[in-house]
Design a protein around this ligand. Structure first.
Ligand code: OGA
Ligand code: MN
Length: 310
């Protein structure tokens, strides 16, 4: 069985400035980097039953690898909440498109699903594409992490991709970096990543007027001290104080850079998969899937320790 010590670097590590899987160990569990620009699988662990040393190793592996996959879990909502709480206090689920907030009795659980029961969607995001985003960055203090647990998955489609925003920052062309340095970016609160209008928001497509929160476009990660590009969502984004046309042009350039395939790793889901991502230094998107198939995922979101800052 492998330990949490991993070989130096991974395939593609030449482009990745992320120190992957520092030499930490916890007896009995394994760490297998994806070989892509981010992500690692933790093996040989039952998340219902971990001691403090194992948790510390998982926590460090999460900071080092940005996204962790743990397969073969059997988690109730209470188990998911209990494991999530080891990382910190939880945020309540955001309000879903259908106005329901959460799983009855569990305000921390956000349901991502296309399933309709008695004419009402049980969750958010439908079966379409979920565009690139990071979770809840339209808030002043967004969650530092999200955890998504697969209860039902379609036979094909619905894969989730993650991108490394440290690497996006570190590979930003110098002229582009100079143009955005010090700027604040408004993260739109109108639309969710399924392009549904959030409950209670009057939609507008003028990025200057839409609700949201400005954050620095380049931030420092409070846990690692590393710089990262912090983009949130493309739709209705606005670089504060610029002409709209200039903001749009700069954002288009930033997003073209941030969506390059060499920054991305894609996860194909199985039932029982738990995926935990660092919501500060990654973005994610989901492929569409056949709406006739069921996909049911339960998510928690862990409160940030500090608002995004330079
Ligand atoms: C999320 C999300 C994508 C997916 O839960 O935050 O964006 O794959 N989910 O369901
Ligand atoms: Mn999301």
């Amino acid at each position: 069985m492998s330990s949490l010590a991993s070989p130096h670097g991974t395939k593609g590590a030449a482009t990745g400035a992320v120190a992957r899987a520092a030499a930490i160990t916890a007896p009995g569990i394994g760490l297998r980097p994806t070989g892509g620009p981010l992500g690692a699988e933790i093996t040989d662990v039952d998340l219902r039953n971990i001691d403090d040393a194992t948790f510390d190793a998982i926590h460090q592996a999460w900071l080092d690898n940005l996204v962790l996959l743990v397969r073969g879990q059997h988690l109730s909502d209470e188990d998911l909440i209990a494991f999530s709480r080891r990382f910190g206090a939880l945020d309540h689920a955001p309000i879903q498109e259908n106005g329901r907030r959460f799983v009855d009795g569990y305000p921390e659980i956000y349901v991502v699903s296309n399933v309709i029961e008695n004419g009402v969607a049980i969750g958010s995001l439908g079966a379409g594409e979920a565009v690139w985003h990071t979770d809840m960055s339209y808030l002043p203090d967004p969650p530092k992490a999200s955890m998504l647990y697969a209860l039902e998955v379609p036979p094909t489609g619905g894969d989730t991709s993650f991108s490394n925003m440290y690497l996006a920052h570190d590979t930003l062309p110098a002229d582009l970096r100079a143009r955005v340095a010090g700027l604040m970016l408004k993260h739109d609160g109108t639309y969710n990543s399924g392009n549904f209008v959030r409950q209670g928001v009057t939609p507008t497509d003028d990025p200057r007027l839409s609700v949201g929160t400005p954050h620095p476009v380049i931030c420092t990660h409070p846990g690692t001290g590393r710089r990262m590009l912090y983009l949130g969502r493309r739709r209705n984004a606005y670089l504060m104080g610029l002409d709209l046309a200039e903001s749009e042009a700069l954002l288009d350039a930033l997003w073209e850079h941030a969506q390059r395939p060499e920054l991305v790793w894609t996860h194909r889901w199985r039932v029982g998969d738990l995926v935990l991502w660092d919501n500060r230094c990654t973005m994610h998107r989901r492929d569409p899937f056949d709406p006739a198939c069921r996909r049911v995922m339960h998510r928690t979101q862990i409160k940030g320790e500090a608002p995004p800052a330079i």
